[in-house]
Structures are given as structure tokens and as C-alpha cells.
Design a protein around this ligand. Sequence first.
Ligand SMILES: *Cc1c(COP(=O)(O)O)cnc(C)c1O
Length: 222
Amino acid sequence: MSVQEAVFVKIKAELDQANVVLVAVSKTKPNEDILALYQLGQRAFGENYVQELVDKQMVLPKDIQWHFIGHLQSNKVKYIASFVQLIHGVDSLKLLTEINKQAQKAGRVIACLLQIHISTEETKFGMNKKELEDALNASVHLPFISIKGLMGMASFSNDLDQVRNEFKILHHHFQNMQDQFVTPFTILSMGMSGDYQMAIEEGSTMVRIGSLLFGTRNYQIL
Ligand SMILES: *Cc1c(COP(=O)(O)O)cnc(C)c1O
């Protein structure tokens, strides 16, 4: 079994101490690996691909809280709307509007995080400051979504000062948003296997950790 159970116990204790929520990122990993952490009490799991998430949700325990952390296409929202716990990477008003529509159909309110572009890499998704404000203003008229906070991904870089700076920028947006809007924003999703400790130092409230818990991923099996 590739699950690092001792590592899980250690990281979980560290995060509990800091009051930070752990999302165990299980993309590309088999159900038995998810169940191994489930048995240790983990309930929040993160997935990037809609089809994989739907397949896993169907057969795994119903009290698992599924977080969608990948890039979500508007035309796929309908497949996860009935059960998803939190959608992390909402990066356009178009997507937000579609989530609202599918949430209404499913008879529920879906919690979302807006993704902010903090990395220097152009390939990473996310909103700029103006798009963020437009989305927040528009969300007032979307009763079936609830924006809980922000999500961001730092650059894949060995330059730790740069990564820290990106986390600082994201945290700054988060605080601005808390000051400007009446809805309570409580979630700042930042930090992965390689940088979660730094993210917590910079104010993260939720980390998304995959390879540290499940071992490295092999994308060829997809
Ligand atoms: C895959 C992924 C993670 C987990 O990455 P690790 O480096 O394996 O911890 C976190 N967040 C997002 C958005 C991801 O796509």
C-alpha cells in the first residue's frame, strides 16, 4: 500500500494544532488508498477530474466530503452538483453562474472558493483583482452559491522568497475581501505538499496535500 499512514498522522496533528483543515488530494489514486485514510478518520478528499470524482463518489462511503480542486468546465458542473462539498477553483463569472444554476436544480447551495492568479506562470488559472470584485458583486444575485473564500496556487519554483510572496499577496486579497464585503469569508485554501508549512505561516486555513500522503502520482494510469 502506497499510503503513508504515519505521515498522515503526523501532518494531521500538525494541522489540528494550527487549526488548518486538511484536504487529502487523491487524484489518480485508487479507492483502497482513500479508504486507508478514511479508516484513520479523514473525510475531506480532493479530486481534479470530474469523471474520476463521479466514479469514486458512487462507490465510496457517502459521508466523504468531496472537494473539487481542478479546473472545472462549465458543461461538467451538472455531474457533481448534487454532492460536491466545496469547489475550490472558480475562476470566472460564467462558471459561477453555471454552478448557481446547477445548484438550484439540485436543490442545494454550493460552497465555492474563487481562484486568484498569484503565480508568475501564465498557465495557471485564476482571476485578477478586477475579476474578483466583479464576481463578488455579481454573486449577490446568485442565491444558490455561497462564496466562502479564496484559493490560489503558488509557482512551482525553488525560489522560496517568491513562493512566500505569492502567499502573502493571496492573503492580502483575502483580508481585503473580508473587509469589503458583508458575507463571512472564512476559507483561504493555499498550500500543497511542498509548501504547506509556509502557506500556514502566511495565513492559510485549508491545505491541499496529495503526494506527501499518497506517494507520487503516475498520470499514465488515467
Ligand atoms: C494535485 C493538486 C494538489 C496536491 O499536490 P501535491 O503536491 O501532490 O500535494 C493540490 N492542489 C491542486 C490544485 C492540485 O491540482
